[in-house]
Design a protein around this ligand. Structure first.
Ligand code: HEC
Length: 450
């Protein structure tokens, strides 16, 4: 019976009777509203970062088919860290907003039955709305001047912020609060220990920067990475990131072109700082090949000489760069509470693994930390393990960390098309290591407790 009515729903051309909702089809009020609130509600609400709301029946019903399709394609909700044949992290991730197989099926069955509303008086209880603000922030810093984007190209602007640290402090939490959500695409926050950024900004209060802080010597530590809908950064209980007295912050914003001059943006950063030293120090470490160093780079099949080179040849759909770091014996033990990947527009897949020299307990000899097999520059983030600190993956002296980045430098890659378009080019060219849009990186992002 259900099968028949589904077929009718698909075949219902002009003149066909409107399909009656199958009696046991899921309904908005009984089944779908709680799923949408929990998995889509961080973005698809009025004033959220998504371009349309899905938070009531009238808004969601016309979108039912595309909702089911986007969820099945894995594009919604945006989430990069997948379990694959090559990568099965031992722990799940915090703030994982993916749907279970059963929830996906219910959404599909609802869409196929023409999105029945159901009975509002018998509605299922909704989960609490998703809260993206930092709990107990101690301050919020924002640029003095709102920024107006040109509206025609992607822009990478850095702002210098002053948290007025008169004493050494520890950062235990951070969240970015986007101003104009239509244009703020993603945000990185760095420490600026000697306050260089203040001298770099122009009359509009910003300077141009792409991959990093744009500070000489690489600047200070990464403090946070934000993409639309991201949950706050939380250092593990009893840890914090050290910030020296007098440090400023650099906030790098990637602005998306709207095609017209946008409303001014005033994006702010919420911080939770304490002057009481926590028990242990946390750091966000970047390991891999970034602006110019090819330390650890392995020779690859497309390299031209005897030595390893970081070059992603034009028109090659499956180029691989791999990087191997051997941690010297006796170099200490690091607990990895969060892992993430970073490439630019040519990247398609990144895998991060540790080979344990002497596995302990149920630790596998080769442990996968994270894989992002559908890399999307627009949705990068860190993935924090949903496990107590004493159970997260560990890197010890003698272990080997391996990064593998795959790139598709052809016009089949939508990222390549975007990057070429922005640069006013039409054909792929060889891509090298660097900071610009048409350069690449192969960089792991690690939240580590020392
Ligand atoms: C982290 C924020 C975020 C979450 C969570 C999210 N979306 Fe989206 N969604 C967006 C944004 C932003 C767009 C606009 C297109 C883009 O930028 O990819 C979008 C676009 C869409 C579209 C338009 C077609 C498409 O695939 O681009 C559909 C349909 C959609 N979302 C459905 C959902 C559903 C269903 C959920 C929950 C199961 C969900 N989204 C969760 C941010 C989000």
């Amino acid at each position: 019976m259900l099968l028949l009515s589904l077929l009718a729903a698909c075949d219902g051309g002009p003149g066909a009777p409107a399909p009656a909702a199958a009696e046991d089809a899921p309904t908005w009020h009984a089944d779908i509203a709680p799923i949408v609130q929990e998995h889509c509600g961080s973005c698809h609400v009025a004033g959220g970062v998504a371009p349309f709301a899905l938070d009531d029946y009238a808004a969601a019903a016309p979108m039912a088919a595309s909702m089911a399709a986007a969820v099945e394609a894995g594009t919604m909700p945006p989430w990069g860290a997948e379990t694959t044949a090559e990568c099965a992290p031992r722990h799940g991730f915090k703030d994982d907003i993916r749907l279970s197989a059963d929830e996906k099926e219910r959404l599909r069955a609802w869409a196929d039955a023409d999105a029945p509303e159901g009975d509002p008086s018998a509605a299922a209880e909704l989960p609490a709305p998703v809260e993206l603000g930092l709990t107990d922030p101690t301050m919020e810093v924002a640029p003095a001047l709102p920024y107006v984007t040109s509206g025609t190209t992607d822009e990478f602007r850095c702002f210098s912020l002053d948290p007025q640290l008169t004493a050494d402090a520890w950062l235990t939490g951070l969240q970015v609060v986007p101003g104009n959500a239509e244009v703020v695409h993603h945000v990185l926050v760095f420490a600026d220990p000697d306050g260089q950024g203040a001298n770099l900004v122009g009359a509009d209060g910003t300077y141009d920067c792409f991959g990093g802080s744009g500070l000489s010597g690489g600047g200070g530590a990464l403090l946070g990475a934000w993409a639309p809908g991201a949950f706050p950064f939380e250092a593990p209980e009893g840890t914090g990131i050290a910030l020296d007295a007098g440090s400023r912050l650099v906030m790098q914003i990637h602005y998306h072109p709207l095609g017209e001059v946008a409303e001014p943006d005033s994006t702010a950063v919420q911080l939770r700082l304490t002057e009481t030293p926590p028990g242990r120090e946390a750091v966000l470490a970047l390991l891999g090949n970034a602006s110019s160093s090819i330390e650890g780079l392995d020779r690859g099949v497309n390299d031209r000489g005897a030595r390893a080179e970081f070059r992603i040849p034009a028109d090659v759909p499956d180029h691989v760069e791999s990087i191997t770091y051997d941690f010297p014996r006796g170099s200490g033990t690091y607990q990895i509470f969060m892992a993430g990947t970073h490439m630019h527009y040519v990247g398609t897949d990144m895998l991060v693994q540790v080979d344990h020299a002497a596995p302990e307990g149920d630790e596998p000899a080769t442990e996968c930390l994270v894989q992002t097999p559908r890399w999307d520059f627009n949705w990068q983030r860190g993935y924090a393990y949903d496990a107590p600190l004493d159970e997260v993956p560990v890197l010890r002296g003698g272990d080997t960390l391996r990064l593998r980045c795959t790139y598709d430098n052809t016009l089949d890659n939508p990222g390549v098309r975007t990057a070429l378009e922005d640069a006013g080019l039409s054909a792929p060219a060889d891509v090298y290591l660097g900071e610009s849009t048409l350069d690449e990186m192969c960089l792991g992002v690690f939240g580590i407790v020392l």
